[in-house]
Write a protein that binds this ligand. Structure first.
Ligand code: KG4
Ligand code: ZN
Length: 342
Protein backbone atom coordinates (compact mmCIF):
# COMPACT_ATOMS: atom_id res chain seq x y z
CA UNK A 1 0.00 0.00 0.00
CA UNK A 2 1.53 3.29 -1.13
CA UNK A 3 0.75 6.34 1.02
CA UNK A 4 1.47 10.02 0.37
CA UNK A 5 2.25 11.57 3.77
CA UNK A 6 2.09 15.29 4.56
CA UNK A 7 3.40 17.11 7.65
CA UNK A 8 2.91 20.82 8.48
CA UNK A 9 2.33 20.83 12.25
CA UNK A 10 5.17 23.21 13.13
CA UNK A 11 8.06 24.65 11.12
CA UNK A 12 8.81 21.92 8.58
CA UNK A 13 6.82 21.60 5.36
CA UNK A 14 7.20 17.94 4.46
CA UNK A 15 5.83 15.33 2.07
CA UNK A 16 6.83 11.70 1.49
CA UNK A 17 5.79 8.61 -0.40
CA UNK A 18 6.11 5.42 1.66
CA UNK A 19 5.05 1.89 0.73
CA UNK A 20 3.91 -0.60 3.39
CA UNK A 21 5.08 1.59 6.26
CA UNK A 22 8.80 1.27 5.58
CA UNK A 23 9.85 1.54 1.92
CA UNK A 24 10.63 5.26 1.70
CA UNK A 25 10.28 6.14 -1.99
CA UNK A 26 10.75 9.85 -1.37
CA UNK A 27 10.96 12.17 1.64
CA UNK A 28 11.13 15.93 1.13
CA UNK A 29 11.53 18.31 4.08
CA UNK A 30 11.56 22.08 3.61
CA UNK A 31 12.73 23.57 6.91
CA UNK A 32 11.67 27.10 7.84
CA UNK A 33 14.33 27.40 10.51
CA UNK A 34 15.99 30.42 8.81
CA UNK A 35 12.72 32.37 8.98
CA UNK A 36 12.37 31.78 12.74
CA UNK A 37 16.01 32.17 13.88
CA UNK A 38 15.78 36.00 14.17
CA UNK A 39 12.92 35.56 16.67
CA UNK A 40 14.60 32.82 18.74
CA UNK A 41 11.68 30.42 18.25
CA UNK A 42 8.84 29.47 15.91
CA UNK A 43 6.48 32.36 15.08
CA UNK A 44 3.08 30.74 14.32
CA UNK A 45 1.92 33.34 11.77
CA UNK A 46 5.19 33.12 9.82
CA UNK A 47 5.03 29.31 9.93
CA UNK A 48 1.50 29.22 8.51
CA UNK A 49 2.33 31.60 5.67
CA UNK A 50 5.50 29.72 4.75
CA UNK A 51 3.59 26.43 4.62
CA UNK A 52 1.09 28.02 2.20
CA UNK A 53 3.94 29.19 -0.04
CA UNK A 54 5.76 25.84 -0.02
CA UNK A 55 3.23 23.04 0.28
CA UNK A 56 2.44 22.57 -3.39
CA UNK A 57 6.10 22.47 -4.48
CA UNK A 58 7.06 20.11 -1.64
CA UNK A 59 4.22 17.66 -2.41
CA UNK A 60 5.00 17.78 -6.13
CA UNK A 61 8.68 17.10 -5.48
CA UNK A 62 7.79 14.12 -3.26
CA UNK A 63 5.58 12.65 -5.99
CA UNK A 64 8.11 13.23 -8.80
CA UNK A 65 11.04 11.88 -6.74
CA UNK A 66 9.02 8.70 -6.19
CA UNK A 67 8.60 8.37 -9.97
CA UNK A 68 4.94 9.43 -9.81
CA UNK A 69 3.04 12.40 -11.22
CA UNK A 70 0.35 14.75 -9.96
CA UNK A 71 -2.58 12.63 -11.18
CA UNK A 72 -2.53 10.46 -8.05
CA UNK A 73 -1.95 7.30 -10.09
CA UNK A 74 -0.31 4.72 -7.82
CA UNK A 75 -1.23 6.47 -4.55
CA UNK A 76 -3.60 4.43 -2.35
CA UNK A 77 -4.22 6.98 0.41
CA UNK A 78 -3.24 10.49 1.52
CA UNK A 79 -2.17 10.85 5.17
CA UNK A 80 -1.60 14.09 7.02
CA UNK A 81 -0.82 15.22 10.57
CA UNK A 82 -4.07 16.59 12.06
CA UNK A 83 -2.58 17.52 15.46
CA UNK A 84 -1.08 18.41 17.84
CA UNK A 85 0.62 21.52 16.50
CA UNK A 86 0.06 25.14 15.52
CA UNK A 87 -3.45 25.58 14.18
CA UNK A 88 -2.50 27.86 11.26
CA UNK A 89 0.27 25.45 10.27
CA UNK A 90 -1.82 22.28 10.62
CA UNK A 91 -4.66 23.70 8.53
CA UNK A 92 -2.42 24.15 5.49
CA UNK A 93 -1.41 20.48 5.31
CA UNK A 94 -4.82 19.15 6.32
CA UNK A 95 -6.66 21.21 3.66
CA UNK A 96 -4.13 20.25 1.01
CA UNK A 97 -4.24 16.54 1.89
CA UNK A 98 -8.04 16.41 1.99
CA UNK A 99 -8.28 18.16 -1.38
CA UNK A 100 -5.85 15.68 -2.96
CA UNK A 101 -7.57 12.66 -1.43
CA UNK A 102 -10.96 13.90 -2.63
CA UNK A 103 -9.74 14.76 -6.14
CA UNK A 104 -7.95 11.42 -6.51
CA UNK A 105 -10.78 9.39 -4.96
CA UNK A 106 -8.59 7.77 -2.28
CA UNK A 107 -8.99 7.67 1.54
CA UNK A 108 -7.80 10.53 3.73
CA UNK A 109 -5.96 9.30 6.86
CA UNK A 110 -5.61 11.85 9.69
CA UNK A 111 -2.49 11.16 11.76
CA UNK A 112 -1.61 12.12 15.34
CA UNK A 113 1.85 13.75 15.15
CA UNK A 114 2.96 11.94 18.32
CA UNK A 115 1.93 8.60 16.85
CA UNK A 116 4.01 9.52 13.80
CA UNK A 117 7.06 9.90 16.06
CA UNK A 118 6.01 6.67 17.83
CA UNK A 119 6.18 4.66 14.60
CA UNK A 120 9.28 6.41 13.19
CA UNK A 121 11.74 3.78 14.54
CA UNK A 122 9.98 1.14 12.40
CA UNK A 123 10.85 2.93 9.16
CA UNK A 124 14.28 1.33 9.55
CA UNK A 125 13.16 -2.07 10.78
CA UNK A 126 9.46 -2.95 10.56
CA UNK A 127 9.54 -5.89 12.96
CA UNK A 128 7.58 -4.75 15.99
CA UNK A 129 8.10 -7.24 18.81
CA UNK A 130 5.94 -6.15 21.73
CA UNK A 131 6.05 -5.33 24.52
CA UNK A 132 8.39 -2.44 23.93
CA UNK A 133 8.97 0.92 25.58
CA UNK A 134 9.38 4.08 23.53
CA UNK A 135 10.64 7.43 24.77
CA UNK A 136 9.16 10.28 22.69
CA UNK A 137 11.27 13.40 23.18
CA UNK A 138 10.64 16.46 21.04
CA UNK A 139 10.37 20.22 21.30
CA UNK A 140 6.76 20.00 22.45
CA UNK A 141 6.54 16.64 24.20
CA UNK A 142 8.31 14.19 26.50
CA UNK A 143 6.30 11.00 26.89
CA UNK A 144 7.12 7.42 27.89
CA UNK A 145 4.93 4.91 26.05
CA UNK A 146 4.45 1.15 26.43
CA UNK A 147 3.47 -0.59 23.20
CA UNK A 148 1.72 -3.88 23.98
CA UNK A 149 1.17 -4.68 20.28
CA UNK A 150 1.76 -2.88 16.98
CA UNK A 151 -1.45 -0.88 17.52
CA UNK A 152 -2.14 -0.84 21.28
CA UNK A 153 -0.23 1.42 23.59
CA UNK A 154 -0.35 2.98 27.01
CA UNK A 155 1.22 6.24 28.17
CA UNK A 156 3.32 5.54 31.27
CA UNK A 157 4.30 9.11 32.04
CA UNK A 158 5.18 12.52 30.65
CA UNK A 159 6.67 15.87 31.53
CA UNK A 160 4.96 17.91 34.20
CA UNK A 161 6.47 21.15 32.86
CA UNK A 162 8.95 21.70 29.98
CA UNK A 163 9.57 19.13 27.24
CA UNK A 164 13.18 17.93 26.93
CA UNK A 165 13.65 19.74 23.58
CA UNK A 166 12.15 22.88 25.06
CA UNK A 167 14.73 22.69 27.87
CA UNK A 168 17.51 22.42 25.24
CA UNK A 169 16.09 25.40 23.33
CA UNK A 170 15.63 27.57 26.44
CA UNK A 171 19.05 26.76 27.90
CA UNK A 172 20.70 27.48 24.53
CA UNK A 173 18.93 30.84 24.35
CA UNK A 174 19.94 31.73 27.91
CA UNK A 175 23.57 30.77 27.15
CA UNK A 176 23.43 32.90 23.99
CA UNK A 177 23.91 29.91 21.68
CA UNK A 178 20.99 30.59 19.33
CA UNK A 179 18.05 28.53 18.09
CA UNK A 180 17.32 25.62 17.87
CA UNK A 181 19.28 24.68 20.95
CA UNK A 182 19.42 20.89 20.67
CA UNK A 183 21.94 20.50 17.85
CA UNK A 184 24.28 23.26 19.10
CA UNK A 185 24.34 22.00 22.72
CA UNK A 186 24.84 18.45 21.43
CA UNK A 187 27.86 19.63 19.40
CA UNK A 188 29.42 21.64 22.24
CA UNK A 189 28.79 18.84 24.76
CA UNK A 190 30.97 16.51 22.71
CA UNK A 191 34.08 18.50 23.69
CA UNK A 192 33.03 19.39 27.26
CA UNK A 193 33.36 17.67 30.64
CA UNK A 194 30.01 16.15 31.66
CA UNK A 195 31.16 16.00 35.29
CA UNK A 196 32.15 19.66 35.50
CA UNK A 197 28.84 20.63 37.16
CA UNK A 198 26.27 18.42 38.91
CA UNK A 199 22.89 19.73 37.78
CA UNK A 200 19.60 18.50 39.33
CA UNK A 201 17.67 15.70 37.66
CA UNK A 202 13.98 16.47 38.23
CA UNK A 203 11.80 13.59 39.56
CA UNK A 204 14.71 11.14 39.23
CA UNK A 205 13.82 7.67 40.53
CA UNK A 206 10.23 8.72 41.12
CA UNK A 207 7.56 7.22 38.82
CA UNK A 208 7.61 7.85 35.08
CA UNK A 209 6.96 11.59 34.93
CA UNK A 210 9.65 14.09 33.99
CA UNK A 211 10.47 17.66 35.04
CA UNK A 212 13.01 19.90 33.31
CA UNK A 213 12.17 23.42 34.45
CA UNK A 214 14.25 23.18 37.66
CA UNK A 215 17.25 22.04 35.64
CA UNK A 216 16.85 25.00 33.29
CA UNK A 217 16.73 27.47 36.21
CA UNK A 218 19.74 25.80 37.76
CA UNK A 219 21.79 26.17 34.55
CA UNK A 220 20.92 29.88 34.38
CA UNK A 221 21.89 30.50 38.02
CA UNK A 222 25.11 28.54 37.56
CA UNK A 223 26.03 30.53 34.45
CA UNK A 224 25.48 33.86 36.22
CA UNK A 225 27.72 32.74 39.08
CA UNK A 226 30.40 31.23 36.77
CA UNK A 227 30.47 33.31 33.58
CA UNK A 228 34.04 32.30 32.71
CA UNK A 229 33.58 28.55 32.81
CA UNK A 230 33.95 27.01 29.32
CA UNK A 231 30.49 26.81 27.77
CA UNK A 232 31.35 23.31 26.52
CA UNK A 233 31.52 22.10 30.14
CA UNK A 234 28.15 23.66 30.98
CA UNK A 235 26.61 22.15 27.83
CA UNK A 236 28.07 18.71 28.57
CA UNK A 237 26.92 18.80 32.21
CA UNK A 238 23.42 19.93 31.21
CA UNK A 239 23.22 17.19 28.57
CA UNK A 240 24.46 14.59 31.06
CA UNK A 241 21.63 15.51 33.48
CA UNK A 242 18.95 15.33 30.75
CA UNK A 243 20.23 12.08 29.25
CA UNK A 244 20.72 10.39 32.62
CA UNK A 245 17.14 10.93 33.77
CA UNK A 246 15.64 10.04 30.36
CA UNK A 247 17.61 6.79 30.15
CA UNK A 248 17.05 5.82 33.80
CA UNK A 249 13.25 6.07 33.46
CA UNK A 250 13.11 4.41 30.05
CA UNK A 251 15.16 1.43 31.19
CA UNK A 252 13.29 1.11 34.49
CA UNK A 253 9.98 1.10 32.59
CA UNK A 254 11.34 -1.46 30.11
CA UNK A 255 12.47 -3.79 32.91
CA UNK A 256 9.26 -3.39 34.87
CA UNK A 257 7.11 -4.26 31.84
CA UNK A 258 9.28 -7.08 30.53
CA UNK A 259 10.02 -5.17 27.32
CA UNK A 260 11.89 -6.88 24.51
CA UNK A 261 13.09 -3.58 23.10
CA UNK A 262 13.45 0.13 23.76
CA UNK A 263 12.92 2.84 21.11
CA UNK A 264 13.46 6.56 20.77
CA UNK A 265 11.40 9.04 18.75
CA UNK A 266 11.17 12.85 18.32
CA UNK A 267 13.72 15.58 17.63
CA UNK A 268 15.77 14.99 20.80
CA UNK A 269 16.21 11.35 19.69
CA UNK A 270 18.79 12.81 17.27
CA UNK A 271 20.97 13.63 20.31
CA UNK A 272 24.33 11.82 20.22
CA UNK A 273 24.59 11.44 24.02
CA UNK A 274 21.07 10.04 24.34
CA UNK A 275 21.50 7.61 21.44
CA UNK A 276 24.79 6.25 22.77
CA UNK A 277 23.53 5.94 26.36
CA UNK A 278 20.27 4.15 25.54
CA UNK A 279 21.97 1.79 23.07
CA UNK A 280 24.58 0.87 25.71
CA UNK A 281 22.02 0.31 28.47
CA UNK A 282 19.76 -1.75 26.21
CA UNK A 283 22.68 -3.94 25.21
CA UNK A 284 23.64 -4.56 28.85
CA UNK A 285 20.00 -5.45 29.62
CA UNK A 286 19.81 -7.83 26.64
CA UNK A 287 17.12 -5.77 24.92
CA UNK A 288 16.96 -4.59 21.32
CA UNK A 289 17.23 -0.87 20.68
CA UNK A 290 15.43 0.83 17.78
CA UNK A 291 16.75 4.27 16.88
CA UNK A 292 15.27 6.16 13.95
CA UNK A 293 17.80 7.59 11.46
CA UNK A 294 18.62 11.14 12.60
CA UNK A 295 16.74 12.59 9.63
CA UNK A 296 13.65 10.67 10.76
CA UNK A 297 13.87 11.97 14.36
CA UNK A 298 13.01 15.57 13.58
CA UNK A 299 9.73 16.34 11.84
CA UNK A 300 9.25 14.65 8.47
CA UNK A 301 6.40 13.16 6.45
CA UNK A 302 7.76 9.61 6.03
CA UNK A 303 6.87 8.91 9.68
CA UNK A 304 3.36 10.30 9.04
CA UNK A 305 2.84 7.88 6.14
CA UNK A 306 4.29 5.05 8.27
CA UNK A 307 1.95 5.75 11.22
CA UNK A 308 -1.02 5.88 8.84
CA UNK A 309 -0.04 2.47 7.47
CA UNK A 310 0.40 0.84 10.88
CA UNK A 311 -2.90 2.24 12.14
CA UNK A 312 -5.00 1.99 8.96
CA UNK A 313 -7.08 -1.00 10.04
CA UNK A 314 -7.75 0.01 13.65
CA UNK A 315 -8.42 3.65 12.87
CA UNK A 316 -10.01 3.37 9.41
CA UNK A 317 -10.22 6.27 6.96
CA UNK A 318 -10.88 9.74 8.37
CA UNK A 319 -13.95 11.68 7.22
CA UNK A 320 -13.23 14.73 5.07
CA UNK A 321 -14.69 16.98 7.78
CA UNK A 322 -12.05 15.80 10.30
CA UNK A 323 -10.79 18.98 11.98
CA UNK A 324 -7.19 19.97 12.62
CA UNK A 325 -6.77 19.66 16.39
CA UNK A 326 -3.90 21.67 17.92
CA UNK A 327 -4.38 19.96 21.30
CA UNK A 328 -4.63 16.33 20.11
CA UNK A 329 -3.02 14.01 22.67
CA UNK A 330 -1.78 10.47 22.72
CA UNK A 331 -4.62 8.38 23.98
CA UNK A 332 -4.46 7.32 27.37
CA UNK A 333 -3.37 7.04 30.58
CA UNK A 334 -5.13 3.68 29.94
CA UNK A 335 -4.84 1.11 27.13
CA UNK A 336 -5.62 2.64 23.79
CA UNK A 337 -7.43 0.24 21.51
CA UNK A 338 -9.50 0.64 18.38
CA UNK A 339 -10.57 3.78 16.62
CA UNK A 340 -8.66 6.98 16.93
CA UNK A 341 -10.55 9.98 18.28
CA UNK A 342 -9.85 11.85 15.08
O1 KG4 B 1 10.32 16.51 16.76
P1 KG4 B 1 10.76 17.89 16.45
O2 KG4 B 1 11.40 18.17 15.11
O3 KG4 B 1 9.57 18.89 16.57
C1 KG4 B 1 8.56 18.74 17.52
O4 KG4 B 1 7.62 17.94 17.26
O5 KG4 B 1 8.73 19.38 18.60
O6 KG4 B 1 11.76 18.31 17.64
C2 KG4 B 1 12.41 19.56 17.68
C3 KG4 B 1 13.24 19.61 18.96
C4 KG4 B 1 13.86 20.97 19.24
O7 KG4 B 1 13.59 21.32 20.59
C5 KG4 B 1 15.36 20.74 19.02
O8 KG4 B 1 16.18 21.57 19.81
C6 KG4 B 1 15.48 19.28 19.41
O9 KG4 B 1 14.31 18.66 18.89
N1 KG4 B 1 16.68 18.65 18.82
C7 KG4 B 1 17.70 18.15 19.57
C8 KG4 B 1 18.68 17.70 18.66
N2 KG4 B 1 18.22 17.92 17.38
C9 KG4 B 1 16.98 18.49 17.52
N3 KG4 B 1 17.85 18.08 20.91
C10 KG4 B 1 19.00 17.55 21.37
N4 KG4 B 1 20.00 17.12 20.56
C11 KG4 B 1 19.89 17.16 19.22
N5 KG4 B 1 20.88 16.72 18.43
ZN1 ZN C 1 7.62 16.42 16.06
Amino acid sequence: MRILGIETSCDETAAAVVTDGHHIESSIVSSQIDLHIPFGGVVPEIAGRAHVQRIDAVVTEALLSAGLDRTGQGIDAVACTVGPGLIGALLVGVSHAKAMAWAWGVPFLGVNHLEAHLYSPFLEDPTIEAPLVTLLVSGGHTVLVLLTSATDYRVLGGTVDDAAGEAYDKVARLLGLGYPGGPVIDRLAASGNPRAVTFPQGLRGDGYDFSFSGLKTSVVKHRKANPDQPVEDVAASFQAAVVSVLVEKTMRAAREHGAKAVCLGGGVAANSGLRAAIAGEAESAGMRCFLPARSMCTDNAAMVAAAAWWRRDVDGPSPLDTPANPALRLHGYGIRKGRNAR
